[in-house]
Design a binder for this molecule. Sequence first.
Ligand SMILES: [Zn+2]
Length: 75
Amino acid sequence: MKNGRCSGCSGTEVFHQAGHHAQSEKITLKTGVLSKGTAPDRYVCGSCGRVELYLVEGEDLELVRQTWNRVAPGS
Ligand SMILES: [Zn+2]
């Protein structure tokens, strides 16, 4: 999606909006007492309606690397 081509239907009418704190789509990065959420960047395909959310490189992605379970390639 980030390259302007839909990863679902291969259409090229893809729209993008940067994450904003007031949007309702949030990703919970960490649960518990010190819970932490973030507002991901959003991409929408104008052909099939597919929606994809992306964390911005940096602090948020680093927290995921440190605390989430990695999926083994090919699993
Ligand atoms: Zn599509």
